[in-house]
Ligand binder design. Structure first.
Ligand code: SF4
Ligand code: SF4
Length: 109
C-alpha cells in the first residue's frame, strides 16, 4: 500500500452525512462539510492529502456514494493514471458473506 497514493470521490448530492466513512478512515482523511447538499445533509469531503486508497470508506458507506482511486506514487503529477479500485455500487444486492468456521453453540444468522 505504501507505493500508491489514494484519492476518493464522493457523490455529494446523494451523501446523507451519516459519518460512517469518517469513522472508518484510518488516516483521518475525511470530514463532514460545513456546507449542506441539496437534501440538506453535510456531506463527506477529503480534508488531507494522505489517503492510502485502503477502500474502508467505500466499503462502509451505506449509500454507495464513494469511489476510491489509486495512483502509483512515482507517477507524474496531474497526468498520472488514476485507477478506480473500489466502487461499491449496490451493497444490498452484491454483498456476500463467507463464514469459514462457526463458533460453537447456537448462532443466529
Ligand atoms: S480510501 Fe482509506 S485512507 Fe482513503 S479516505 Fe477512504 S478510508 Fe481514508
Ligand atoms: S458513509 Fe457515505 S453517506 Fe455516510 S457520510 Fe460517508 S459518503 Fe456520506
Amino acid at each position: 500500500m505504501a507505493s500508491v497514493r489514494g484519492n476518493v470521490q464522493v457523490d455529494i448530492d446523494t451523501c446523507k452525512g451519516c459519518e460512517l466513512c469518517v469513522e472508518a478512515c484510518p488516516q483521518d482523511s475525511l470530514q463532514l462539510s460545513e456546507k449542506v447538499n441539496a437534501q440538506g445533509y453535510h456531506y463527506a469531503v477529503l480534508i488531507q492529502d494522505n489517503c492510502t486508497g485502503c477502500e474502508n470508506c467505500a466499503l462502509v458507506c451505506p449509500d454507495a456514494v464513494i469511489t476510491v482511486y489509486r495512483t502509483p506514487k512515482n507517477s507524474a503529477g496531474k497526468n498520472a493514471k488514476r485507477e478506480a479500485v473500489a466502487t461499491v455500487t449496490n451493497v444490498r444486492a452484491n454483498m456476500k458473506i463467507t463464514v469459514e468456521e462457526l463458533p460453537e453453540g447456537k448462532v443466529d444468522l
